[in-house]
Each structure stands twice: as structure tokens, then as C-alpha cells.
Design a protein around this ligand. Structure first.
Ligand code: ADP
Length: 268
């Protein structure tokens, strides 16, 4: 709280009163600090790929372009970095659109069991194709869950969480996806047996640009914005997203969405 004082002084010089105005500046200062942090984060995040690209381009221009072995490698690095910057800018634009409510949700009645199965089938297909060492387990309620949600956005969130489960489980393992309902919520969880998240960081992983290990996340092509976007999408749906994790053992991500059972006979 900021306090401004003013004295009321008579012509004779006597002080006859004191005015005090209190301003609540905490919220204002917090927003300003967050804005500054955000701008500084974006600048740093863009500087890294740009600096790396610049040095590769410089080497090419200094003669490496003539080397048939090195040239394609250096060009490829530049392409990878460009792709990462484009992804990051797209993520930032998405976030900014959501922040300013410029892209309202396109809600429709969705069969959540089907939607989750569809996403998991896609991941299963990819795992099999690339002979990766993961198994996906599904533990779903027998009830068919209908929710009012934006299909594209919800799939984007599931994709993010599933991608992370694979990305941060370098040794493979079981990924368990559960779907269950309480009387007014549906809860979806994704558990992995990966590297987990240190206790002090679990709350921060939903912050923009926060990563436990920046180098690893970058090497995997991550922008550090996936979970921030997921949180925004789930909040817009009136739901919540959170994580529990144990370092070295694995993590579980939970999504809870408002849900009203529609009919008595919607059992499989
Ligand atoms: P990134 O692009 O870095 O993956 P995210 O916003 O998706 O960005 O995640 C933020 C950070 O949270 C990651 O960098 C990682 O440190 C941590 N994280 C997310 N999911 C998991 C997981 N399943 N296991 C361990 N750490 C995770």
C-alpha cells in the first residue's frame, strides 16, 4: 500500500489538518513486474536460437558452404532453430489471443471417452511405428461422459500432456490414463514412470517459460509454454489442472472439468 500525505496549512502557518490517501499498489506492481519478466523471458528465449543460428550461418559464409559434409548439417541446424522459433511465436500468439479473449471457445457436446481414446490411439500408433519402449494403459469409467468443451483446444491439452509424459520418461515405461467421474466433475489423469519433478518446482511448471531443465527441454524442442497454454484452456472451461510428482519415480497430471450426467442410460 502506498500512502500520500498532505498537510493543510493556514495562512498563519499553523497546520490545521492532515490528509492521507492510501493506494493499493500491490496488484499494480505485481502486474508490472510480471509484464517485465515476460518481456525479458521472450527476449532471452529468442536470443538463444538466433545466436546459435547466426554462428552457423557465419561459418557457412566463411567457407563451410563449400564443404559437402558440413554444409548440409549447418543448414539443418538453422532450420531446426527456425522451426523452434516459429513454434514459440505461435504458442505466444495463442496465449495472447486467450489473454485478450479474442478467440472464444467453440464449445460443443463431446463424448470424452471417445476423444481420449482417439488421442491415445494416435500416440499408440506412433510408439509402435517407432518401436519405442512405452505402453499405454487405459482405465476408464464404464460411463459414457459427455462434456461441453472445445474439441480442438481439449485435444491440444491432451497432446501436450501425453507428449510430456513420453518426453520426460527417457527410459520408457507405462503411461496410465484414467477417466473417472464424481457427481459434478470428470477427472482425467495421465501418469508416467519418468524422471519426475522436484517438489519445489511442481507448482511452477504451469508458469510461462518455466522448465525444470532448460537445456533438456530445448534439446527436445520444447518452448516451455505447453503447460501454460493447457492451464489457460482448462481454466477457460471452468476446470482445473494440477500435477503430483516424485523425483525419479514419475508424475501424474490431472484435469478436472465440470460435468453433469445427462441420462440414466448412458452406460456402455
Ligand atoms: P516444455 O516445452 O519445456 O515441455 P511445458 O510447459 O510442457 O514445456 O512443461 C514445462 C516443464 O514442466 C518442462 O520443461 C518439464 O521440466 C516439466 N514437465 C512437464 N511434464 C512433465 C512430466 N510428465 N515429467 C517430468 N517433468 C515434466
Amino acid at each position: 500500500i502506498k500512502a500520500d500525505f498532505a498537510m493543510i496549512r493556514r495562512e498563519s502557518g499553523f497546520i490545521s489538518g492532515l490528509v492521507c490517501v492510501l493506494h493499493d499498489v500491490t496488484e499494480q506492481e505485481k502486474n508490472e513486474r510480471e509484464r517485465r519478466e515476460f518481456v525479458s523471458n521472450v527476449s532471452h528465449e529468442l536470443r538463444t536460437p538466433l545466436t546459435s543460428m547466426r554462428s552457423y550461418l557465419e561459418a557457412l559464409s566463411d567457407g563451410a558452404w563449400e564443404d559437402p559434409e558440413i554444409a548440409p548439417r549447418f543448414i539443418n541446424v538453422s532450420l531446426v532453430e527456425t522451426d523452434r522459433m516459429i513454434r514459440m511465436i505461435n504458442d505466444l500468439l495463442n496465449l495472447s489471443r486467450m489473454d485478450s479473449q479474442r478467440s472464444p471457445l467453440q464449445k460443443e457436446l463431446l463424448n470424452l471417452n471417445e476423444l481420449v481414446n482417439f488421442v491415445l490411439d494416435r500416440f499408440e500408433m506412433m510408439i509402435n511405428k517407432e518401436n519405442q519402449n512405452y505402453t499405454i494403459k487405459r482405465e476408464f469409467t464404464r460411463r459414457v461422459i459427455w462434456v461441453e468443451a472445445d474439441q480442438d483446444r481439449l485435444m491440444q491439452v491432451l497432446d501436450n500432456i501425453m507428449n510430456n509424459a513420453l518426453k520426460y520418461s527417457p527410459d520408457g515405461g507405462e503411461i496410465t490414463c484414467t477417466l473417472l467421474e464424481t457427481h459434478n466433475n470428470v477427472i482425467l489423469s495421465v501418469s508416467d514412470q519418468g524422471m519426475g519433478i522436484p517438489k519445489k518446482d511442481v507448482k511452477r511448471i504451469f508458469d510461462r517459460f518455466f522448465r525444470v531443465d532448460k537445456a533438456r527441454s530445448r534439446a527436445m524442442g520444447g518452448s516451455g509454454l505447453g503447460l501454460a497454454i493447457s492451464k489457460e484452456v482448462i481454466n477457460d472451461h471452468g476446470g482445473t489442472i494440477w500435477a503430483e510428482s516424485e523425483e525419479g519415480k514419475g508424475s501424474t497430471f490431472y484435469l478436472s472439468l465440470p460435468y453433469e450426467p445427462i441420462e440414466e442410460d448412458d452406460w456402455e
